[in-house]
Design a protein around this ligand. Structure first.
Ligand SMILES: [Mg+2]
Length: 244
């Protein structure tokens, strides 16, 4: 078996860190090679395929009868660039959307919400040579680490699901406004259902999604709003959620 990341990803192999990489014969370096050591390190805990990447465990346990989901977009919603540019210049080019952001997230965590980020990341493909791929994974790891260090309530409660750049000929089922990322999430919380509205152990009336693509005059799109509407959960803009 070839051990470079391109051949691995070319076969669309799903890399489940907790299982595959715990094997003595398949260390991160042996799978991705020396050149990808930094990337491999940053990908600990991530589940990787060409059209969807996630930082969340394969199974989510829950003490409650049903899950309440606080969904967020990432860029322009949870965070902004520090530099003020549309796209981050490097992995440290981010700041919280508002001074309230962390406090609001803490409130949600203390109320037993699962905090799930659903993010379109069309700026990079899943590829070992993509700097932006590495930057994105590194940035998210740092964001999650900061939150978990601040408040243990965030542990096993804050997750990332992202849709990277894919071949345009493929239907973009994971990209918002499509709800492939939500369906991926449902699989992880073990909800066999044909429609999001039939998901028995998701409390849809308490769940919501916050995003900056809301179809307002200056918005580039309404994909966040449409995403929430298709799922059947409340939608809010980041301005309303964090600043009012
Ligand atoms: Mg956004």
């Amino acid at each position: 078996m070839s051990k470079d990341i391109l051949s691995l990803m070319g076969k669309n192999v799903c890399m489940k860190r907790h299982s595959a990489l715990s094997s003595k014969t398949k260390t991160p370096a042996s799978i991705l090679g020396k050149a990808g050591a930094t990337l491999v390190e940053e990908l600990k805990g991530w589940d990787i395929s060409l059209d969807c990447i996630s930082d969340m465990p394969p199974k989510i346990q829950n003490d409650q009868e049903s899950f309440k989901v606080a969904g967020f977009d990432l860029d322009g919603t949870l965070i902004l660039t520090k530099s003020g540019s549309t796209f981050p210049k490097h992995e440290r080019d981010w700041k919280w959307f508002d001074t309230n952001t962390i406090r609001k997230l803490q409130e949600l965590a203390s109320q037993d919400y699962l905090i799930v980020v659903f993010s379109n990341q069309g700026g990079f493909p899943v590829k070992s040579t993509s700097k932006r791929f590495l930057q994105f994974v590194t940035k998210w790891n740092e964001i999650r680490r900061q939150l978990e260090e601040l408040d243990s309530n965030f542990q096993d409660r804050i997750f990332m699901i992202a849709a990277p750049k894919v071949n345009l000929e493929e239907p973009p089922k994971y990209r918002k406004p499509e709800i492939g990322m939500w369906n991926y999430f449902l699989e992880r919380v073990q909800v066999p259902c044909s429609s999001p509205k039939d998901a028995k152990n998701i409390d849809l009336s308490s769940s919501f999604f916050v995003g900056d693509a809301a179809g307002r005059k200056t918005d580039f799109s309404d994909s966040d709003k449409a995403f929430a509407q298709t799922i059947g959960i409340q939608f809010q803009t980041p301005e309303t959620f964090f600043r009012k």
